[in-house]
Design a binder for this molecule. Structure first.
Ligand code: NAP
Length: 261
């Protein structure tokens, strides 16, 4: 699947603008949305955003949009060649490792430039009690017996904790899952994370949570639970990010915009 099946904002087949700069943003994040909007506003380059297609009705970025996998690094490289992409911005989520590796491999086969855009990781501040681990498996091993653990993780990540039949889990999901949770003892809360630390603290207290496990996603959207944990002196097992992406790394859209002519 390549840019020739792009969806234009008008729903019409987009024209290839033939500008010297043709930018492919690997998206799926708020930062990618912001970047697309600002590059399109410049009006001097073709801007296309690629989404993995995980979300049923994704918010549509400014410019052109394509949806679905490329078919690995080779597929991405072929797409770049076909569409004359001369700049790839990897603005995917910090834990989306495969697409970032594919981008590095694909760009290495081309004359294009690769830049990366990733929000800064959270850092502990006074009052935080974090244990940093490298993987979900390490997080699982680090849970003390008889804990009540808030697993602040997506559905696709919680199976790694099923072996801990000696602890109780609290899981929050936006939508009710199709299959039962894989735990001996657990509670399910349906809802989105609150941006308000007070509300997150109420949730933690109501369920007698003694430990939080989350990934170091960074950003403000999911930070309230960390602030709530600090307030309640609840320890956090923080699954740290995988290796940084390959392209020159920018942590804000402003910095990246300044780096693009
Ligand atoms: P991933 O494991 O790194 O990628 C798996 C495969 O999904 C890739 O090999 C690629 O398929 C396809 N893919 C991923 N991102 C794509 C994109 N932007 N455009 C086209 N294809 C893409 O990725 P993931 O962790 O499943 O995340 C999928 C998407 O959700 C990413 O775009 C990411 O920005 C967003 N997201 C992820 C998280 C997270 O926690 N991982 C959180 C929020 C948003 P092919 O090999 O076929 O090209």
């Amino acid at each position: 699947m390549c840019l020739s099946i792009l969806l234009s904002p008008t729903g019409k087949e987009p024209s290839l603008l033939g500008t010297p700069k043709s930018v492919l943003i690997l998206g799926g994040t708020k930062e990618a949305m912001d970047l697309a909007e600002r590059l399109v506003a410049r009006g001097n380059m073709r801007v296309a955003t690629s989404l993995a297609g995980r979300t049923h009705a994704p918010e549509t970025p400014a410019g052109e949009t394509r949806i679905g996998g490329f078919g690995g690094a080779e597929g991405l490289a072929a797409c770049m060649r076909k569409e004359g992409i001369d700049l790839v911005v990897d603005a995917t989520h910090p834990f989306a490792v495969t697409i970032s590796e594919n981008a590095a491999q694909a760009v290495a086969q081309s004359d294009a430039t690769l830049l990366s855009l990733q929000r800064p990781a959270w850092r502990p501040v006074a009052g935080d009690n974090w244990q940093s681990v490298a993987s979900l498996q390490d997080a699982c091993k680090a849970i003390p017996g008889n804990a009540c653990v808030f697993l602040a993780l997506g559905r696709q990540h919680i199976d790694a904790f099923a072996e801990r039949t000696d602890v109780r889990f609290l899981v929050r999901m936006v939508d009710r899952p199709d299959t039962p949770l894989p735990f001996r003892s657990s509670e399910l809360v349906i809802g989105k994370p609150s941006p308000d630390p007070q509300r997150e603290a109420q949730l933690l207290k109501a369920h007698n949570v003694t430990l939080i496990i989350c990934r170091n996603s960074g950003g403000s959207g999911a930070y309230a639970k960390i602030a709530a944990a600090r307030r309640l002196s609840i320890p956090v097992i923080m699954v740290e990010r995988p290796a940084e992406p390959a392209g020159k790394l920018f942590t804000t859209v402003d910095e990246l915009m300044a780096a693009i002519d």
